[in-house]
Design a protein around this ligand. Structure first.
Ligand code: FES
Length: 509
């Protein structure tokens, strides 16, 4: 069984099939080993294979079965942190390079689609940044000036988005953005990689990453992948994550897909200025359209303030889009936010023969594509003009406050080692729910399934030992420290952990 099969399926997973590849069955040697068959890993493989370099891609699940399949597949240069904040953190040149690189990423996707003749519903559309209900027009004016200075001279401040709905106020209009069906796109990438000689293996988990020359990856089955260089395109790097724990922070984000009549609104991308923000796009099927709305983000494992994210999204959607009919899809995803809103792309923090792509900060499609563009050059020994902007080793000085608040939030989780569990007895756990019982490292994560049967595993995260907590919205065990997640039975869903939760003895009722 796919380890992620318990999670709610995204619209992309329901409406497309991805190619299936067998697991690796023998040790292999190659030039570049890539871990992760999402957009980052496959784009890197595509550009390297196109340059005649031997590549082997492995993934612990199916193609696009990680966070790539859980995106909303928006292609935009509307930065997660905005241009004013990016300029404060990375200077004028940094904001300009961020704008240019994200535009180039959309162009690159369009180019690949044309070259490989990929049918994936790609279209160029307008993007908008609109005022949240309690925000002030000065936010948009500041952002307009910063975006213009960053080189986006075609951005305009408009009175309203073209939705015919006065509930939306003024907005910044970013022309020539894009959207596509991500899994249909990955399908085309896989075919191109195979045609150019690349190898792809699924359901192959990497347990150990050894740097040096050559690099060596060890699979859970004891096989080896030996390569001149390795690329970790796994959302959260699966090598020593601690160096990244002060640079990227895991958040959950939630998405609903609501049926609306075809033609009731024009395709567009829209983001509001709230924190956390809402994001909106349209997907059109033969006889109906699906309005995709996301948001309600929170630190993974720390959802105290958020009891019902899907209900909150639905309420927001019905308020702004009165044509909304039934909710067809509900899904969620894991976003790794970086300190300055830009991804970490380049050599690993400790080994120059290992490369990483992480910290997508809600812009996984463009950042993942940039990862492939930049790493292909670096791996081939060519400097890349955006390598410094995305260097994983950077620590933006202006982000000290954010480092402090995120680190305090992580350290605060250590209290769980010295406190009791969140329930005293398994009798307190309702059906299809979970609770943590016990003290310190003896804590047990107990799940009572829908039939009332109890399932036990250790509550100690296999990454570096924080205590997991029950996530009743997604029916999972989530680690509040660095974002690892496990299904209700303790099977790994999201790294940086590489192993399932350990076993635990049953507890008397
Ligand atoms: Fe690091 Fe759990 S993810 S301790």
């Amino acid at each position: 069984m796919d380890q992620r099969s318990q999670e709610r399926q995204s619209l992309w997973q329901v409406t497309a099939t991805v190619p299936s590849y067998p697991p690796l069955t023998a040790s292999v040697q190659t030039s570049v080993a890539i871990v992760g068959a999402g957009i980052s890993g496959l784009t890197t493989a595509y550009y390297l294979a196109k340059a005649g370099i031997a590549v082997v891609v492995v993934d612990d699940g199916p193609v696009g079965g990680g966070e790539t399949g859980r995106t909303t597949a928006q292609l935009t240069c509307i930065l997660d942190k905005g241009y004013a904040e990016t300029r404060r953190l990375r200077g004028d040149a940094g904001a300009q390079a961020a704008a240019a690189s994200h535009r180039a990423a959309i162009d690159a996707i369009e180019q690949i689609i044309a070259t490989e003749k990929i049918e994936c519903d790609f279209m160029r559309i307008d993007g908008y940044l609109f005022l949240a209900a309690d925000d002030d027009i000065s936010t948009l004016k500041t952002e307009y000036e910063a975006a213009y200075e960053a080189g986006l001279t075609d951005v305009r401040l408009v009175d309203a988005m073209p939705l015919g709905n006065t509930a939306f106020g003024p907005a910044l209009h970013f022309p020539n953005q894009g959207q596509f069906h991500i899994l249909r796109y990955l399908n085309g990438l896989c075919q191109a990689i195979e045609r150019m000689g690349g190898q792809i293996y699924c359901n192959t988990r990497i347990n150990q990453v050894h740097g040096g020359t050559p690099t060596r990856l060890e699979t859970a089955d004891g096989l080896q992948i030996t390569a001149d260089v390795s690329v970790l395109a796994t959302n959260a790097p699966i090598n020593d994550f601690l160096g990244y724990s002060s640079r990227v922070f895991a958040h959950r984000t939630y998405v609903i897909g609501v049926r609306i009549p075809r033609g009731s609104i024009a395709p567009l991308l829209a983001f509001d200025t709230a924190d956390p923000y809402h994001y909106v796009r349209l997907h059109v099927e033969d006889d109906h359209a699906v309005l995709i709305v996301g948001g309600e983000d929170h630190r993974t494992g720390q959802p105290e303030e958020l009891a019902a994210p899907f209900a909150a999204l639905e309420q927001w959607t019905r308020e702004y889009f009165p044509m909304a009919e039934e909710v067809m899809y509900r899904w969620s995803g894991q976003v790794l936010n970086s300190l300055d809103g830009l991804a970490l792309i380049g050599p690993d923090l400790v080994d120059e023969h290992v490369f990483v792509i992480t910290g997508d900060t809600g812009m996984g499609m463009t950042h993942g594509t940039l990862g492939g563009i930049i790493l292909a050059d670096l791996i081939m020994g060519r400097p890349h003009p955006w390598a410094a902007l995305y260097d994983p080793a950077r620590l933006p000085l202006g982000a000290a406050g954010e480092v402090l608040s995120e680190t305090v939030s992580t350290i605060a989780q250590a209290k769980e080692w010295f406190s009791g569990g969140d329930v005293d007895s398994v009798n307190e756990i309702p059906d299809d729910s979970g609770g943590v019982i016990g003290m310190g490292p003896a804590k047990t994560a107990v799940y009572r399934d829908a039939q009332g049967t109890l399932h036990y595993c250790s509550a100690v995260c296999t990454h570096t030992g924080c205590i997991v907590g029950w996530n009743d919205v997604e029916k999972s065990w989530d680690c509040p420290c660095h974002g690892s997640r496990y299904d209700a039975f303790g099977r790994l869903l999201n790294g940086p952990a590489k192993d399932d939760l350990g076993p635990a003895k049953p507890i008397a009722e």
